[in-house]
Design a protein around this ligand. Structure first.
Ligand code: ARG
Length: 401
Protein backbone atom coordinates (compact mmCIF):
# COMPACT_ATOMS: atom_id res chain seq x y z
CA UNK A 1 0.00 0.00 0.00
CA UNK A 2 1.30 3.41 -0.85
CA UNK A 3 1.64 5.74 2.07
CA UNK A 4 -0.59 8.76 2.46
CA UNK A 5 1.06 12.13 2.46
CA UNK A 6 -0.52 13.56 5.58
CA UNK A 7 -2.81 12.59 8.46
CA UNK A 8 -4.45 14.84 11.04
CA UNK A 9 -4.42 13.19 14.46
CA UNK A 10 -6.69 14.12 17.36
CA UNK A 11 -4.10 14.49 20.08
CA UNK A 12 -4.51 14.43 23.85
CA UNK A 13 -0.90 14.22 24.98
CA UNK A 14 -1.49 10.83 26.59
CA UNK A 15 0.33 7.60 25.88
CA UNK A 16 -2.01 6.22 23.19
CA UNK A 17 -2.07 9.24 20.93
CA UNK A 18 1.65 9.87 21.44
CA UNK A 19 2.48 6.37 20.30
CA UNK A 20 0.01 6.85 17.47
CA UNK A 21 2.16 9.62 15.97
CA UNK A 22 5.05 7.23 15.52
CA UNK A 23 2.84 4.28 14.58
CA UNK A 24 0.98 6.19 11.88
CA UNK A 25 4.24 7.23 10.29
CA UNK A 26 5.44 3.67 10.36
CA UNK A 27 2.26 2.26 8.88
CA UNK A 28 0.22 4.86 7.06
CA UNK A 29 1.71 8.18 6.20
CA UNK A 30 4.68 10.43 5.76
CA UNK A 31 3.53 13.26 7.99
CA UNK A 32 1.36 13.58 11.06
CA UNK A 33 -0.18 16.89 12.08
CA UNK A 34 -1.67 16.85 15.57
CA UNK A 35 -4.65 18.85 16.76
CA UNK A 36 -5.45 19.16 20.45
CA UNK A 37 -8.81 20.73 21.20
CA UNK A 38 -9.48 22.57 24.43
CA UNK A 39 -13.04 21.82 25.52
CA UNK A 40 -12.33 22.77 29.11
CA UNK A 41 -10.45 19.62 30.13
CA UNK A 42 -7.87 21.73 31.93
CA UNK A 43 -4.81 19.96 30.70
CA UNK A 44 -1.50 21.70 30.06
CA UNK A 45 -1.91 22.58 26.40
CA UNK A 46 1.51 24.18 25.92
CA UNK A 47 3.06 21.00 27.16
CA UNK A 48 0.85 18.96 24.84
CA UNK A 49 1.74 21.12 21.88
CA UNK A 50 5.47 20.66 22.48
CA UNK A 51 5.18 17.00 23.21
CA UNK A 52 3.56 16.25 19.85
CA UNK A 53 6.46 17.89 18.05
CA UNK A 54 9.00 16.09 20.19
CA UNK A 55 7.39 12.76 19.41
CA UNK A 56 7.47 13.41 15.68
CA UNK A 57 4.54 15.50 14.49
CA UNK A 58 5.43 17.96 11.71
CA UNK A 59 2.99 20.46 13.09
CA UNK A 60 1.04 20.70 16.30
CA UNK A 61 -2.09 22.77 16.73
CA UNK A 62 -3.84 23.64 19.97
CA UNK A 63 -7.34 25.01 19.53
CA UNK A 64 -9.30 26.80 22.20
CA UNK A 65 -12.87 25.68 21.50
CA UNK A 66 -14.37 26.31 24.92
CA UNK A 67 -16.80 29.01 23.83
CA UNK A 68 -18.02 27.08 20.85
CA UNK A 69 -18.29 23.93 22.92
CA UNK A 70 -20.35 25.72 25.56
CA UNK A 71 -22.63 27.67 23.25
CA UNK A 72 -23.17 25.28 20.32
CA UNK A 73 -23.01 21.88 21.99
CA UNK A 74 -23.52 21.93 25.74
CA UNK A 75 -26.14 24.69 25.64
CA UNK A 76 -28.09 22.89 22.93
CA UNK A 77 -28.08 19.76 25.06
CA UNK A 78 -29.15 21.71 28.13
CA UNK A 79 -32.04 23.30 26.27
CA UNK A 80 -33.00 19.90 24.89
CA UNK A 81 -32.88 18.44 28.41
CA UNK A 82 -30.70 15.57 27.27
CA UNK A 83 -29.69 12.94 29.83
CA UNK A 84 -28.67 9.53 28.51
CA UNK A 85 -30.49 6.75 30.28
CA UNK A 86 -31.81 9.46 32.56
CA UNK A 87 -28.48 9.93 34.29
CA UNK A 88 -25.53 10.78 32.05
CA UNK A 89 -25.35 14.42 30.88
CA UNK A 90 -23.27 13.44 27.81
CA UNK A 91 -20.11 15.48 28.40
CA UNK A 92 -17.85 13.27 26.31
CA UNK A 93 -20.55 12.73 23.70
CA UNK A 94 -20.86 16.48 22.98
CA UNK A 95 -17.12 16.94 22.59
CA UNK A 96 -16.62 14.34 19.86
CA UNK A 97 -18.60 16.00 17.07
CA UNK A 98 -16.93 19.34 17.80
CA UNK A 99 -13.46 17.79 17.80
CA UNK A 100 -14.37 16.01 14.56
CA UNK A 101 -15.45 19.28 13.01
CA UNK A 102 -12.16 20.91 13.92
CA UNK A 103 -10.17 17.92 12.64
CA UNK A 104 -12.02 18.04 9.33
CA UNK A 105 -11.33 21.78 9.01
CA UNK A 106 -7.64 21.22 9.60
CA UNK A 107 -7.57 18.27 7.26
CA UNK A 108 -8.96 20.48 4.52
CA UNK A 109 -6.65 23.34 5.35
CA UNK A 110 -3.60 21.10 5.45
CA UNK A 111 -4.60 19.01 2.45
CA UNK A 112 -4.56 15.83 4.49
CA UNK A 113 -6.11 12.64 3.19
CA UNK A 114 -7.16 11.19 6.51
CA UNK A 115 -7.84 11.91 10.12
CA UNK A 116 -6.97 9.63 13.01
CA UNK A 117 -8.16 9.22 16.59
CA UNK A 118 -6.95 7.25 19.57
CA UNK A 119 -10.13 5.30 20.38
CA UNK A 120 -10.24 1.56 20.77
CA UNK A 121 -12.83 -0.59 19.07
CA UNK A 122 -14.94 -1.07 22.19
CA UNK A 123 -16.39 2.33 22.88
CA UNK A 124 -18.79 4.96 21.65
CA UNK A 125 -16.18 7.58 20.86
CA UNK A 126 -14.89 5.81 17.73
CA UNK A 127 -18.46 5.84 16.41
CA UNK A 128 -18.90 9.54 17.20
CA UNK A 129 -15.63 10.56 15.54
CA UNK A 130 -16.18 8.51 12.45
CA UNK A 131 -19.85 9.18 11.85
CA UNK A 132 -19.28 12.91 12.43
CA UNK A 133 -16.34 12.93 10.04
CA UNK A 134 -18.33 11.11 7.38
CA UNK A 135 -21.15 13.61 7.75
CA UNK A 136 -18.80 16.57 7.38
CA UNK A 137 -16.44 15.31 4.70
CA UNK A 138 -17.29 11.96 3.16
CA UNK A 139 -14.01 11.90 1.24
CA UNK A 140 -11.76 11.77 4.28
CA UNK A 141 -10.44 8.45 5.47
CA UNK A 142 -10.43 7.71 9.17
CA UNK A 143 -7.73 5.65 10.81
CA UNK A 144 -7.95 4.29 14.33
CA UNK A 145 -4.47 3.08 15.35
CA UNK A 146 -5.53 1.82 18.80
CA UNK A 147 -8.16 -0.37 17.16
CA UNK A 148 -5.56 -1.89 14.88
CA UNK A 149 -2.28 -2.22 16.66
CA UNK A 150 -3.41 -4.79 19.21
CA UNK A 151 -0.92 -3.68 21.90
CA UNK A 152 -1.44 -4.52 25.56
CA UNK A 153 -0.63 -1.75 28.02
CA UNK A 154 2.80 -3.29 28.59
CA UNK A 155 3.51 -3.48 24.88
CA UNK A 156 2.51 0.16 24.50
CA UNK A 157 5.00 1.16 27.18
CA UNK A 158 7.67 -0.97 25.53
CA UNK A 159 6.96 0.63 22.17
CA UNK A 160 7.14 4.08 23.74
CA UNK A 161 10.47 3.33 25.39
CA UNK A 162 11.89 1.91 22.19
CA UNK A 163 11.16 5.13 20.29
CA UNK A 164 11.90 7.60 23.08
CA UNK A 165 8.30 8.59 23.50
CA UNK A 166 7.85 10.03 27.02
CA UNK A 167 5.63 7.80 29.14
CA UNK A 168 3.25 9.86 31.34
CA UNK A 169 3.93 9.60 35.07
CA UNK A 170 0.40 8.41 35.74
CA UNK A 171 0.70 5.55 33.27
CA UNK A 172 -0.20 3.06 35.99
CA UNK A 173 -3.37 4.90 36.93
CA UNK A 174 -5.94 2.14 36.54
CA UNK A 175 -8.69 4.50 35.43
CA UNK A 176 -9.60 5.81 32.02
CA UNK A 177 -10.69 9.40 32.42
CA UNK A 178 -12.17 11.91 30.01
CA UNK A 179 -13.20 15.37 31.05
CA UNK A 180 -14.42 18.70 29.78
CA UNK A 181 -16.50 21.65 30.88
CA UNK A 182 -19.68 19.58 31.15
CA UNK A 183 -18.32 16.70 33.21
CA UNK A 184 -15.77 14.07 34.01
CA UNK A 185 -16.03 10.37 33.30
CA UNK A 186 -14.06 7.60 34.91
CA UNK A 187 -14.04 3.94 33.95
CA UNK A 188 -11.90 0.76 34.20
CA UNK A 189 -9.91 -0.66 37.13
CA UNK A 190 -11.99 -1.81 40.10
CA UNK A 191 -14.97 0.06 38.65
CA UNK A 192 -15.38 -2.80 36.17
CA UNK A 193 -17.05 -4.75 38.98
CA UNK A 194 -20.46 -3.09 39.18
CA UNK A 195 -20.88 -4.33 42.76
CA UNK A 196 -17.79 -2.54 44.07
CA UNK A 197 -18.38 0.90 45.55
CA UNK A 198 -16.12 3.37 43.73
CA UNK A 199 -13.03 4.19 45.79
CA UNK A 200 -12.70 7.86 46.69
CA UNK A 201 -9.71 8.30 44.40
CA UNK A 202 -11.94 7.68 41.39
CA UNK A 203 -13.46 11.09 42.09
CA UNK A 204 -11.74 14.38 41.52
CA UNK A 205 -14.34 17.11 41.14
CA UNK A 206 -16.60 16.31 44.07
CA UNK A 207 -16.16 15.85 47.80
CA UNK A 208 -17.90 12.96 49.44
CA UNK A 209 -21.22 13.60 51.12
CA UNK A 210 -19.72 12.92 54.55
CA UNK A 211 -17.28 15.80 54.12
CA UNK A 212 -19.67 18.32 52.55
CA UNK A 213 -20.75 21.34 54.62
CA UNK A 214 -23.74 20.93 56.92
CA UNK A 215 -25.06 24.33 55.95
CA UNK A 216 -26.93 24.78 52.67
CA UNK A 217 -25.68 26.94 49.80
CA UNK A 218 -28.36 28.82 47.89
CA UNK A 219 -28.02 29.77 44.25
CA UNK A 220 -30.27 31.86 42.08
CA UNK A 221 -29.74 31.19 38.40
CA UNK A 222 -31.30 33.57 35.88
CA UNK A 223 -32.13 32.28 32.40
CA UNK A 224 -33.12 34.36 29.40
CA UNK A 225 -34.70 32.63 26.43
CA UNK A 226 -33.12 29.38 27.47
CA UNK A 227 -29.63 30.72 28.23
CA UNK A 228 -28.30 30.79 31.79
CA UNK A 229 -26.91 34.30 32.23
CA UNK A 230 -26.21 34.89 35.88
CA UNK A 231 -25.68 33.36 39.28
CA UNK A 232 -26.89 35.31 42.31
CA UNK A 233 -27.22 38.44 40.19
CA UNK A 234 -23.73 38.31 38.73
CA UNK A 235 -23.56 38.01 34.92
CA UNK A 236 -21.12 35.33 33.85
CA UNK A 237 -20.21 34.00 30.40
CA UNK A 238 -21.37 30.47 29.82
CA UNK A 239 -18.14 28.45 30.09
CA UNK A 240 -17.28 30.31 33.28
CA UNK A 241 -20.80 29.90 34.65
CA UNK A 242 -20.63 26.17 34.15
CA UNK A 243 -17.16 25.94 35.77
CA UNK A 244 -18.40 27.96 38.70
CA UNK A 245 -21.32 25.58 39.21
CA UNK A 246 -18.97 22.61 38.92
CA UNK A 247 -16.94 24.07 41.74
CA UNK A 248 -19.78 25.08 44.07
CA UNK A 249 -21.67 21.87 43.35
CA UNK A 250 -18.57 19.74 43.81
CA UNK A 251 -17.89 21.30 47.21
CA UNK A 252 -21.40 20.30 48.24
CA UNK A 253 -20.93 16.73 46.98
CA UNK A 254 -23.41 17.34 44.19
CA UNK A 255 -22.96 15.70 40.81
CA UNK A 256 -21.80 12.13 41.30
CA UNK A 257 -23.36 9.54 39.03
CA UNK A 258 -22.62 5.84 39.34
CA UNK A 259 -24.30 3.83 36.60
CA UNK A 260 -24.16 0.84 34.32
CA UNK A 261 -24.86 2.16 30.85
CA UNK A 262 -25.56 0.62 27.48
CA UNK A 263 -22.94 1.44 24.88
CA UNK A 264 -23.93 1.58 21.25
CA UNK A 265 -21.58 -1.32 20.45
CA UNK A 266 -23.61 -3.57 22.75
CA UNK A 267 -21.43 -3.60 25.85
CA UNK A 268 -22.78 -2.72 29.28
CA UNK A 269 -20.24 -0.59 31.06
CA UNK A 270 -19.94 0.73 34.58
CA UNK A 271 -19.28 4.44 34.56
CA UNK A 272 -18.61 7.04 37.19
CA UNK A 273 -19.44 10.60 36.27
CA UNK A 274 -18.91 13.89 38.04
CA UNK A 275 -21.03 16.63 36.56
CA UNK A 276 -22.19 19.08 39.23
CA UNK A 277 -22.82 21.98 36.83
CA UNK A 278 -24.79 19.81 34.44
CA UNK A 279 -26.95 18.32 37.18
CA UNK A 280 -27.71 21.73 38.68
CA UNK A 281 -28.46 23.40 35.34
CA UNK A 282 -30.56 20.59 33.90
CA UNK A 283 -32.75 20.51 37.01
CA UNK A 284 -33.05 24.30 37.10
CA UNK A 285 -33.93 24.46 33.41
CA UNK A 286 -36.54 21.77 33.79
CA UNK A 287 -38.07 23.57 36.75
CA UNK A 288 -38.40 26.77 34.75
CA UNK A 289 -39.97 24.92 31.84
CA UNK A 290 -42.45 23.47 34.31
CA UNK A 291 -43.58 26.99 35.10
CA UNK A 292 -43.80 28.39 31.57
CA UNK A 293 -44.85 25.44 29.39
CA UNK A 294 -48.42 24.23 29.05
CA UNK A 295 -48.73 20.66 30.32
CA UNK A 296 -48.93 19.00 26.91
CA UNK A 297 -45.80 20.79 25.73
CA UNK A 298 -43.91 19.89 28.90
CA UNK A 299 -44.87 16.25 28.41
CA UNK A 300 -43.96 16.22 24.72
CA UNK A 301 -40.61 17.78 25.57
CA UNK A 302 -39.71 14.63 27.52
CA UNK A 303 -39.84 12.66 24.29
CA UNK A 304 -37.61 15.23 22.61
CA UNK A 305 -35.16 15.05 25.51
CA UNK A 306 -34.88 11.31 25.30
CA UNK A 307 -34.40 11.29 21.53
CA UNK A 308 -31.85 14.07 21.76
CA UNK A 309 -29.84 12.17 24.37
CA UNK A 310 -29.95 8.97 22.33
CA UNK A 311 -28.83 10.50 19.08
CA UNK A 312 -26.07 12.44 20.80
CA UNK A 313 -24.86 9.36 22.59
CA UNK A 314 -25.01 7.33 19.40
CA UNK A 315 -22.86 9.72 17.38
CA UNK A 316 -25.62 11.26 15.26
CA UNK A 317 -24.98 14.90 16.18
CA UNK A 318 -24.65 15.90 12.55
CA UNK A 319 -27.93 14.44 11.38
CA UNK A 320 -31.27 15.51 9.98
CA UNK A 321 -33.06 14.34 13.11
CA UNK A 322 -30.81 16.44 15.31
CA UNK A 323 -31.38 19.52 13.11
CA UNK A 324 -35.13 18.99 13.29
CA UNK A 325 -35.11 18.58 17.06
CA UNK A 326 -33.00 21.72 17.33
CA UNK A 327 -35.71 23.50 15.39
CA UNK A 328 -38.32 22.41 17.90
CA UNK A 329 -36.19 23.23 20.92
CA UNK A 330 -35.22 26.55 19.34
CA UNK A 331 -38.86 27.60 19.32
CA UNK A 332 -39.86 26.46 22.79
CA UNK A 333 -36.76 27.79 24.54
CA UNK A 334 -37.92 31.35 23.78
CA UNK A 335 -40.27 31.17 26.76
CA UNK A 336 -37.64 29.90 29.18
CA UNK A 337 -36.89 33.15 30.97
CA UNK A 338 -36.81 33.53 34.70
CA UNK A 339 -35.00 32.72 37.91
CA UNK A 340 -34.62 29.41 39.69
CA UNK A 341 -33.61 29.12 43.33
CA UNK A 342 -31.54 26.08 44.18
CA UNK A 343 -30.47 24.67 47.49
CA UNK A 344 -27.25 22.67 47.58
CA UNK A 345 -26.83 20.50 50.62
CA UNK A 346 -24.96 17.28 51.30
CA UNK A 347 -25.00 15.82 47.81
CA UNK A 348 -28.40 17.18 46.84
CA UNK A 349 -29.25 19.95 44.44
CA UNK A 350 -32.88 20.79 44.98
CA UNK A 351 -34.98 23.40 43.24
CA UNK A 352 -36.79 25.31 45.97
CA UNK A 353 -38.19 28.26 44.03
CA UNK A 354 -38.88 29.54 40.54
CA UNK A 355 -40.33 32.71 39.00
CA UNK A 356 -40.83 33.97 35.46
CA UNK A 357 -42.51 36.79 33.56
CA UNK A 358 -43.88 34.00 31.34
CA UNK A 359 -45.20 31.97 34.22
CA UNK A 360 -48.46 30.17 33.52
CA UNK A 361 -48.95 29.53 37.21
CA UNK A 362 -52.18 31.22 38.28
CA UNK A 363 -52.39 31.63 42.02
CA UNK A 364 -56.10 32.26 41.95
CA UNK A 365 -56.74 29.04 40.06
CA UNK A 366 -54.44 27.01 42.30
CA UNK A 367 -55.29 28.31 45.75
CA UNK A 368 -57.46 26.54 48.28
CA UNK A 369 -57.71 29.78 50.21
CA UNK A 370 -59.40 33.11 49.67
CA UNK A 371 -59.30 34.42 46.11
CA UNK A 372 -60.14 31.09 44.48
CA UNK A 373 -61.46 31.74 40.96
CA UNK A 374 -61.69 28.11 39.87
CA UNK A 375 -65.30 27.09 39.34
CA UNK A 376 -65.56 23.64 40.86
CA UNK A 377 -69.00 23.08 39.34
CA UNK A 378 -67.37 22.71 35.92
CA UNK A 379 -65.38 19.69 37.16
CA UNK A 380 -68.51 17.58 37.40
CA UNK A 381 -69.47 17.78 33.73
CA UNK A 382 -65.85 17.50 32.65
CA UNK A 383 -65.40 14.24 34.51
CA UNK A 384 -68.60 12.83 33.09
CA UNK A 385 -67.36 13.36 29.56
CA UNK A 386 -63.80 12.31 30.38
CA UNK A 387 -65.07 9.06 31.86
CA UNK A 388 -67.66 8.43 29.16
CA UNK A 389 -65.48 6.08 27.05
CA UNK A 390 -64.61 4.04 30.15
CA UNK A 391 -68.27 3.76 31.03
CA UNK A 392 -69.27 2.65 27.53
CA UNK A 393 -66.42 0.14 27.41
CA UNK A 394 -67.40 -1.33 30.77
CA UNK A 395 -71.03 -1.59 29.75
CA UNK A 396 -70.02 -3.73 26.74
CA UNK A 397 -67.13 -5.75 28.24
CA UNK A 398 -68.08 -5.98 31.91
CA UNK A 399 -66.33 -4.38 34.82
CA UNK A 400 -64.82 -7.40 36.60
CA UNK A 401 -61.13 -6.49 36.65
N1 ARG B 1 -19.27 6.36 28.51
C1 ARG B 1 -19.18 7.74 28.20
C2 ARG B 1 -19.58 7.97 26.78
O1 ARG B 1 -19.62 7.08 26.00
C3 ARG B 1 -17.81 8.29 28.53
C4 ARG B 1 -16.73 7.87 27.59
C5 ARG B 1 -15.41 8.34 28.01
N2 ARG B 1 -14.46 8.19 26.97
C6 ARG B 1 -13.21 7.81 27.14
N3 ARG B 1 -12.50 7.68 26.08
N4 ARG B 1 -12.72 7.53 28.31
O2 ARG B 1 -19.89 9.08 26.43
Amino acid sequence: MEKLKKIILAYSGGLDTSIAIRWLKENYCEEVVTVAVDVGQESDLDFIKEKALKVGAVKSYVIDARDEFASKYVLKGLQAGALYEQQYPLATAYSRPLISKILVNYANKENAQAIAHGCTGKGNDQVRFEVSTAALDPNLQVIAPAREWGFTREEEIEYAKKYNIPVPVDVNNPYSVDQNLWGRSCECGVLEDPWVEPPEEAYEWTTKVEDAPNQPTYLEIYFEKGVPLSINGENIVLPELISRLNKIGGENAVGRVDMVENRLVGIKSREIYECPGAIILLAAYNALEGLVFPGDLAHFKQIISQKYAELTYNGLWFSALKDALDGFVGIIKEKVTGTVKIKLLKGQSVVVGRKSPNSLYDFNLATYDKGDTFNQDYAKGFIQLWGLPSKVYASVNGNNR
